[in-house]
Design a protein around this ligand. Structure first.
Ligand code: PA5
Length: 430
């Protein structure tokens, strides 16, 4: 369950009503795009894909020997898996993320792993991302060196169903490869095998996660009154003059969620719009209560240039009673209270303090940090982003701005076809 609180944004309900027609038009325009797969709206259907879920379950059951799960992928091919696994892992499987190209941590990881008990999962929609290919080369070589012909059982891929080097490699070598539907882009792929496969090895409740995501779908397809993602998208639209958007989550279990959201928001919406204007707001990750001892100073007394979203659980899934301890009278006010009560009080206090400072802030309450509620939240945020794309006149599903950096990297590494790009003759190639 997800609940919106805008008590410190007076007049919001009235403003929302006044914009009902424009919002309905944005909703209709987005939904009309579902008909064309080129528009990359396949993420809407992922929560309904029970066949893929069954396949993933079967694969997990067929591989009970896995003790270490190495996930190679970057951006949308790792951040969601990492956020959900950290929150909902129930198995004893240890997870390791190779989402970088720094040799030292990879070498350190290789020294600790037993190849016989390790499953390597490389996830890449395009199948051609340099960081992911580099990680795969290293782990493939390591598996082959230690396991000989047995290496195939220790590698699984997730990639485009038809295209790209990873799909071709899987077919040639007979490697198990799950599919990210063609019409699903990287940062919208968390509920595809990119996220579900690692989560299956974490023994997380995948059905509940997808069931929650279906609730967000239900809301997003509803008229404005019941359409939470359209409402939060409008909140952002209304405050688009504020350059910074703080996404602050009050849950240690969800500590990696802000990074997933930052990619979703910034890469989808920081663009040149149809009129040629640069648009977008900069999402900033924050974690409560830790950031009350860090960034909140800036949020309270620094520039009033922010819209803040506080994501706050309403109830614990399990609580811890704070015991009475003699000699620590300073802590008496805590004796006998649930630890969650402290967490909740801190979130509420920060909420009020930020509003009092004059920052624009709203809260999204999660019934609790469960796969169901978080599945709902993730899909909600994807809808919010998609609606904002409509409102801001940008394509939320492409990322032309990252291309030049990729091409320059290829040129610097001497990849054929990119010659000259890195030595000042860039213009000719563009
Ligand atoms: O959102 C996106 O599409 C990108 O940020 C990708 O997630 C990222 O570049 C990784 O791409 P790929 O999954 O093709 O390796």
């Amino acid at each position: 369950m997800l609940r919106l609180d805008t008590r410190f944004l007076p007049g919001f309900p009235e403003t929302l009503k006044a914009h009902a027609e424009a919002l309905k038009a944005a909703q209709e325009a987005l939904l009309a795009k579902r008909r064309d797969p080129q528009n990359m709206l396949g993420w809407i259907d992922l929560p309904e894909d029970t066949e893929t879920l069954r396949e993933i379950r079967r694969f997990r059951e067929a591989n009970p020997w896995v003790e270490d799960f190495v996930h190679i992928g970057i951006g949308g091919s790792s951040l969601g898996a990492m956020a959900l696994e950290a929150a909902f892992r129930q198995s004893g499987v240890r997870f390791h993320y190779v989402d970088h190209v720094e040799p030292e941590p990879i070498l350190a990881l290789l020294r600790t792993l037993d190849p016989r008990k390790t499953l390597v999962h490389a996830a890449s929609k395009s199948g051609s991302t340099a960081e992911t290919l580099a990680g795969l080369l290293v782990f493939l070589d390591w598996l082959k060196a230690h396991l000989g012909e047995g290496w195939r059982r220790h590698l699984v891929l997730t990639t485009d169903p038809k295209k790209g080097p990873l799909r071709a490699f899987a077919e040639r070598e007979g490697i198990r490869a799950f599919a990210i539907p063609e019409n699903v882009g990287g940062r919208f792929s968390v509920l595809s095998p990119v996220g579900l496969l690692p989560l299956a090895f974490a023994d997380a409740d995948l059905e509940a996660l997808l069931m929650g995501a279906r609730k967000a779908n239900e809301q997003a397809l509803s008229p404005l009154e019941a359409n939470l993602p359209l409402k939060t998208a409008f909140l952002h639209h209304l405050h688009r003059h504020l350059p910074v958007h703080v996404f602050m989550v009050y849950s240690e279990r969800l500590k990696h969620l802000p990074a997933w959201f930052v990619q979703l928001h910034d890469e989808s919406l920081g663009k040149v719009d149809r009129e040629g204007r640069r648009v977008g707001t900069t999402a900033l990750p924050a974690l409560g209560p830790k950031d009350q001892h860090a960034q909140v100073q800036l949020f309270r007394e620094g520039p009033l240039d922010k819209l803040l979203t506080l994501v706050v659980p309403e109830a614990p899934t399990e609580d811890l009673l704070l015991p009475e301890v003699e000699g620590l009278e300073e802590a008496e006010y805590l004796f006998g209270k649930g630890m969650f009560q402290l967490l909740k009080a801190e979130a509420e206090a920060t909420y009020r303090a930020l509003a009092e400072a004059g920052q624009k802030v709203y809260a999204l309450y999660l019934s609790e940090v469960s796969p169901y509620a978080v599945g709902w939240l993730l899909q909600h945020l994807m809808w919010q982003t998609a609606f904002l794309g409509e409102l801001w006149g940008v394509n939320a599903f492409d990322q032309p701005g990252v291309e030049l950096g990729k091409r320059l990297t290829f040129a610097l590494l001497g990849r054929p076809g990119y010659e000259g790009l890195a030595d000042g003759s860039m213009e000719k190639q563009m």
